[in-house]
Ligand binder design. Structure first.
Ligand SMILES: [Zn+2]
Length: 508
């Protein structure tokens, strides 16, 4: 008979985290963190109570045991008796609490987990509870939805202060079942792994059903109804292909950006809507989105029947105005933070990137472009904006969408601990941020060139008269270097029409 040992707490935690992460309406990319407290035996054979918590910068959907860090709980808990602690003190302190060396820096929300008395804790930025967290009447409606099981914490930036406030609120109300962090997210827990997962799902389902019923009851058209009619998919794609290189030029003033286009139903419904004009000025739907989406998208002032000349002019004007607005947001907050008494004092590190160009560009009737240093990061911005649209829709039925104010946004966007997550990425290679078109790419020399350029960070348009060969190569490049790094396009270099079509596809 084989002896199968039961799963360890860490194994259970990895499995639970992945289950939560698989549903993007529960955990946006890179957002949310989970923990479990377990009795372990340390390197000197001493029994120890360990807090296993997700490391900074990893994504719950793909975590492994190596993504988690163990901390001696006995070392973490005394911090609760302190009144205040700066971010750098917190990071330094936690670095001394490691159960095993060589593990990642623990999540910036570690103390939120450590201070709670429950064995298993989930912290998510679920759409459904953010309907309340990001709405003008959200608090009153959350009380109506959850009754006395709720603890509501007004917005404050994550870190020591927030963790302590949540812990003290729970001390005062030990039978609470959930905490909603205004303009931020949700905390749920359980004494076992299963109970914790069940509580997280139940809470989210309850909020979702409640808001769904409200949306139906209010009966208002989604985002106030359409402002313009949507052209056909073919027409949308034609416009997008034409405009993509121009837009890429406009947003690459400081650094080359890679663009990604999509025109899914929620994107079109939102960007074509009456309410988009107002909602796109409000701010991010979760602090976690900020480093990937900036506080606002650019909604281009154009309608499909206004023609392409006006389009290019609107795009120029839109990007220019966005850059000016973003620069004044930076300057205003940097000035304010020179005041040592400022409540949200953040000193932007000198090396923190501050490219003022939009990361999310909505074009009414056409779709959405997102930008990033590579296709994967442009994809992250896009995924987060889908979440933002979903949250805005629910929040609009709860008294109206609200968000962080400029000072709060800045304090998160340029928070050194958020910027740290970005710095975990390896340094950029020679052809990073470049898109390279290779002809005859399916052949021996062509594919060797593609491989070499991809290795050095380039995104490749693999063109060849042999489409099947090009597709095979593109698939293998995507497998090795990440989704979106290569696309295959059929092109016959001796045929002008074929070259023209290939460039149009390449633009997309
Ligand atoms: Zn959070």
């Amino acid at each position: 008979m084989t002896n199968i040992s039961p799963p360890t707490t860490l194994m259970q935690l990895v499995a639970r985290s992945r289950k939560l992460g698989m549903d993007r309406s529960i955990c946006n990319w890179g957002g949310g963190n989970t923990s479990a407290k377990a009795d372990e035996v340390d390197f000197r054979d001493r029994p120890a109570r360990i807090l296993w918590v997700k490391g900074s910068g990893s994504d719950l959907a793909t975590v492994t045991q190596a993504s988690f860090t163990g901390l001696y709980l006995d070392d973490v808990l005394p911090l609760l008796e302190r009144e205040r602690m700066s971010d750098s003190e917190m990071v330094d302190y936690l670095a001394h609490c490691f159960y095993e060396p060589g593990r990642p820096r623990p999540s910036i929300e570690t103390l939120l987990h450590g201070f709670l008395p429950f064995a298993h804790v989930d912290h998510t930025h679920a759409d459904a509870t953010n309907y309340f967290a990001c709405a003008a009447d959200g608090e009153a409606l959350a009380w109506e939805c959850f009754g006395d099981h709720l603890i509501w914490i007004p917005y404050r930036r994550p870190g020591f202060g927030l963790a302590r406030e949540v812990a003290l609120a729970l001390r005062a109300k030990p039978d609470a079942k959930l905490v909603i962090l205004a303009k931020h997210g949700l905390i749920t827990w359980g004494e076992t792994d299963e109970a914790c997962y069940a509580s997280t799902l139940e809470t989210i389902t309850r909020a979702r059903n409640y808001v769904k019923a409200r949306i139906a009851h209010i009966g208002r058209a989604v985002f106030g109804g359409a402002r313009i009619t949507t052209p056909s998919a073919q027409e949308r794609r034609a416009v997008a292909a034409q405009v993509a290189p121009i837009l890429r030029g406009l947003v690459s003033d400081e650094k080359w950006q890679v663009l990604r286009f999509e025109d899914g139903e929620d994107i079109l419904t939102f960007s074509n809507s009456q309410d988009a004009l107002r909602l796109t000025k409000i701010g991010a739907a979760c602090p976690d989105h900020l480093v990937h989406t900036k506080p606002w998208p650019l909604l281009v002032d154009w309608e499909p029947d206004q023609g392409s000349e006006k389009f290019v002019a609107s795009l120029h004007a839109g990007v220019t105005a966005y850059v000016a607005k973003y620069r004044s947001y930076l300057e205003a907050n940097e000035r304010q933070n020179l005041d040592p008494g400022a409540a949200l004092s953040v000193q932007r590190a000198n090396d923190a990137p501050s490219d003022p160009h939009p990361r999310v560009i909505l074009i009414p009737g056409v779709g959405m472009f997102t930008t990033g240093k590579d296709a994967a990061m442009a994809d992250v911005s896009a995924q987060l904006y889908h979440r933002a649209i979903a949250v805005m829709r629910g929040a609009e039925a709860c008294g109206g969408f609200i968000s962080l104010n400029d000072a709060e946004s800045y304090a998160v966007e340029y928070w050194p601990l958020e910027q740290y997550k970005l710095k975990l990425a390896p340094p950029e290679r020679e052809f990073a941020r470049h898109v390279v078109l290779v002809t005859g790419a399916a052949g021996g020399i062509g594919s060797a060139i593609c491989l070499r350029m991809a290795q050095d960070g380039a995104h490749i348009i693999v063109t060849d008269i042999d489409l099947a060969g090009a597709e095979q190569l593109a698939a293998s490049l995507n497998q090795h270097y990440g989704v979106g790094r290569a696309v295959a396009v059929k092109m016959d270099v001796t045929n002008e029409q074929s070259v023209h079509e290939a460039f149009e596809q390449a633009g997309l």
